[in-house]
Design a protein around this ligand. Structure first.
Ligand code: ASP
Ligand code: MG
Length: 406
């Protein structure tokens, strides 16, 4: 007998009929004699609809009340799935995040799980029940409801699997696994049978929407065996584990991309030991996330600095920089919109020099100008114009041998 955590995303539980189908999947597992914890998302697009309703009432809704509102979506699904399992004579009980003992830090809209008290869930499992837990939500030590950030049900599932020492965590979704790149845009994208935690972490952070980045972080830290698979088709998915088996020995395993990026330049920045720390501390204090940073010293007195941000943060970023102009001591600001980030990811890069060089050759051969670059041990990212994004992705996908036909 094993313990399995299964997570079903919004599209997989989008109607009563689909919820009955999920109940069938869960029953298949209990019929095998396994204990099952199920984590579910809100039905279909209901979280988006709740956000829409709030926006009709307030342009900047209070974050605590948003958590109160959004956490209701998952509560609908847990009750319906529990009813569905009971219809199939599978004893089940539904739990909200707090009933399942999920404790988070006191942050609204994007809280991290700090602890899980598994006693109640374990008690129900021992009593022979399937426990259905609402994803995406938790409770602070002061008893406030929080949510984990959009897509956060994945994190609930992996964190529960870690806390319960489950044998496996299965993420059921509307795609059949993790692909070499987004199959909606690139026809030759291929499903990967396995990916390492580190590769998946890079891919998730670089815009591959298939898994919540924090879920991958948890899986890596607690060595949770994770599998992403289809809730519709009964086919093998993608296993995420410490060492991915090297199919085809590929150095690059995936190409990720993200649009709506803006490059902000700070020109004529007075050069001092603390000028960089002052700028980035000021931005951080205002919760503004900066991605790639490039600094070029023009002479000894002043430097030019550029960094990339999400376009949605542009107005706020410029506002903060302008409000603090005197203290930050620069001459001028500049912003370039309509940019995108294209990244190649693969553990094999550590031991293979020349991967970045090949990436730039491919981009140059396709007449694509690179605006900014950043690297880690296992990824290279290039900021390009948005209009070149898909061309870059296709060219890199092909050049690094990821296309099906290659
Ligand atoms: N329902 C939440 C969302 O739409 C959480 C999730 O689906 O993972 O973001
Ligand atoms: Mg998701």
């Amino acid at each position: 007998m094993g313990l399995i955590v299964q997570k079903f995303g919004g599209t997989s539980v989008g109607s009563a009929e689909k919820i009955m189908r999920v109940a069938g999947r869960v029953k298949a597992e209990t019929d095998k004699g396994n204990q099952v914890v199920v984590v579910v998302s809100a039905m279909g697009k209901s979280t988006d609809q709740l956000v829409g309703l709030a926006k009709e009432i307030s342009s900047q809704p209070n974050k605590r009340e948003m958590d109160m509102l959004l956490s209701t979506g998952e509560q609908v699904t847990i009750a319906l799935l529990s009813l569905a399992l009971n219809e199939k004579d599978v004893p089940a009980v539904s739990y909200t995040g707090w009933q399942a003992g999920i404790v988070t830090e006191p942050v609204h809209g994007n809280a991290r799980i700090t602890n899980i008290n598994t006693e109640a869930v374990q008690g129900q499992l021992s009593a022979g029940k399937v426990v259905i837990v609402a994803g995406f939500q938790g409770l602070t030590v002061d008893g406030e409801i929080t949510t984990l950030g959009r897509g956060g049900s994945d994190t609930t599932a992996v964190a529960l699997a870690a806390a319960l020492k489950a044998d496996k965590c299965e993420i059921y979704t509307d795609v059949t696994g993790v692909f070499t790149t987004d199959p909606r845009y690139v026809k030759s994208a291929r499903k990967l049978l396995s990916v390492s935690y580190d590769e998946m972490l890079e891919l998730a952070n670089l815009g591959a929407g298939v898994l919540h980045p924090r879920a991958v972080e948890f899986a890596k830290n607690y060595q949770v065996k994770l599998e992403v698979r289809s809730s519709m088709e009964k086919i093998e998915g993608t296993v995420i584990e410490e060492e991915a088996s090297m199919e085809q020995n590929l150095v690059v395993r995936g190409v990720a991309f993200e649009d709506e990026i803006t490059k902000v330049s700070v020109l004529g920045l007075a050069n001092s030991l603390t000028s960089l720390s002052t700028i980035f501390t000021t931005l951080a204090k205002n919760h503004l996330n900066v991605d790639i940073i490039v600094q070029s010293t023009t002479d000894t007195k002043t430097a030019n600095l550029a960094f990339s941000i999400k376009t949605e943060d542009l107005l706020q970023t410029l506002g903060v920089l302008e409000d603090n102009k005197e203290q930050l001591n620069y001459e001028q600001l500049d912003a370039e919109n309509k940019l995108a980030k294209v990244s190649i990811v693969g553990s094999g890069m550590i031991s293979n020099p020349g991967v970045a060089a090949q990436m730039f050759e491919v981009l140059a051969a396709n007449n694509i100008q690179v605006k900014m670059v950043s690297t880690s041990e296992i990824k290279v990212s290039a900021v390009v114009e948005e209009k070149d994004m898909l061309k870059a992705v296709e060219a890199l996908h092909k050049a690094f041998g990821l296309s099906v036909a290659s």
